[in-house]
Write a protein that binds this ligand. Structure first.
Ligand SMILES: C[S@@+](CC[C@H](N)C(=O)[O-])C[C@H]1O[C@@H](n2cnc3c(N)ncnc32)[C@H](O)[C@@H]1O
Length: 386
């Protein structure tokens, strides 16, 4: 497969993505191929001509393409080995696609069960070998192929969820600090839970232990991930989410964790926050963890306004000295824009906030400097000081 000048420039700068329009010559079928420019080897890459993002590189040295891919897989698993030994009942990301030089693949582990998402046609064709390699290296209790992500349609792949090895329960529980966190591998969002917020949820728990909030709020709370950590130290915690199915799991999790102070409310978060602000309600701690409002660059303006609206209202309902824990998982809203949005929201809310902490996605979701697309989660902890 041969790329033009523009494609070569990207690969030489170690960015793995080359668009279809930058190809000079390409194979018929999806697969693992060497990429060249004017006869010079540049990289090994996944290829699929069906999608705009036709080339995704994963290695920069000449080798057998599949063997090189397996080598990257083994290296990614090895990087997480210490954590697997230390927390066998925990949840973790074992493979973070491009962040681990494994484009098209996400592997999450929940208490010994693997949930795999394949997002590339080249890899789908090798899925039996992939499952075999995972089983051989990790000896898991089961492997679920949760191949229901929208990105697969662009690759021309079908959507399905099926067990590839062992039996996978409907509900799993993983240990996260002192909390049992619920996971729905078959039905849940992403691979069944949001592992990218793991360290931030632990941070929230530690903050609540120090500050003992009387009233806490987890907005866009899903299965109560943050709320479960907060409820161990707060007097009362409300989880608000649009999905009643997710809230039912949050209630079940409260029971499992013996927490009787967690309440749930099925509502549109925008309407809920507007109502609470109008009522003049007061909270000591508010978490905002919305879904991505900007899935593509063109959505950014509208998304910025939506992020600002929820943050402004959350700032209004925070009592003096209270904390706002706010996140954005949209790659298109970069760190600078996220902070600018918070500044505008605080100004419009006529409140002053101090930055207590800033963070991103959990460390097992590695970010490459060369590939900003591998980093997407922004997280800020703000304290109301005026
Ligand atoms: C990023 S997830 C939250 C993850 C959660 N904080 C955790 O740690 O597990 C976003 C949640 O927002 C919910 N959601 C999306 N749009 C909503 C809306 N307009 N109102 C309320 N909830 C919404 C989704 O159902 C989803 O559960």
């Amino acid at each position: 497969m041969e790329v033009d000048e523009r494609g070569a420039k990207r690969l030489l700068a170690r960015h793995p993505w080359v668009w279809r329009g930058m190809l000079r010559r390409s194979p018929e079928t999806p697969g693992f191929y060497p990429v060249v420019h004017r006869g010079r080897f540049l990289a090994l890459a996944l290829f699929n001509r069906k999608t705009e993002l036709a080339v995704r590189a994963y290695a920069w040295e000449e080798a057998d393409p599949w063997e090189a891919w397996l080598k990257n897989l083994r290296a990614a698993l090895k990087r997480r080995e210490a954590d697997r030994v230390a927390r066998p009942q925990g949840g973790r990301r074992l493979v973070h696609a491009e962040g681990d030089f494994l484009p098209g693949l996400v592997v999450d582990e929940y208490a010994g069960y693997l949930v795999v998402q394949i997002g590339a046609a080249a890899l789908e064709a090798r899925r039996a070998a992939l499952v075999e390699a995972l089983v051989e290296t990790l000896d898991p209790r089961g492997v679920l192929l949760k191949n229901d992500t929208r990105g697969r349609q662009k690759e021309g792949l079908p959507l399905y969820v099926e067990a590839a090895y062992g039996e996978i329960p409907e509900r799993l529980w993983v240990e996260e600090g002192r909390v049992w966190l619920p996971v729905r591998p078959w039905q849940g969002q992403k691979t069944g839970a949001f592992l990218d917020q793991r360290e931030n949820r632990l941070f929230a728990g530690a903050l609540a232990r120090r500050t003992r909030p009387a009233r806490a709020l987890d907005v866009f709370g899903y299965q109560g991930g943050f709320a479960l950590h907060l409820a161990r130290h707060a007097t009362e915690v409300w989880v608000v989410d649009a999905s009643e199915a997710a809230l039912a799991v949050a209630r079940e999790a409260a029971e499992k964790n013996r927490l009787s102070n967690l309440r749930t409310l099925a509502a549109n978060a925008f309407d809920f926050l507007k109502r609470e602000a109008r009522r003049g309600s007061g909270y000591d701690l508010v978490v905002l963890d919305p879904p991505s409002f900007a899935r593509k660059k063109g959505d950014l303006e509208r998304a910025y306004a939506a992020y600002k609206e929820i943050n402004l209202r959350a700032m209004r309902i925070l009592r003096p000295g209270g904390h706002l824990l706010t996140a954005s998982c949209s790659h298109h809203l970069n760190e600078e824009a996220f902070l600018a949005m918070l500044k505008e929201a605080a100004g419009d809310a006529r409140r002053v906030f101090r930055v207590v902490a800033r963070a991103g996605q959990a460390a097992d979701h590695p970010v490459l400097v060369n590939v900003p697309e591998t980093g997407y989660l922004k997280f800020a902890v703000l304290k109301r000081v005026g």
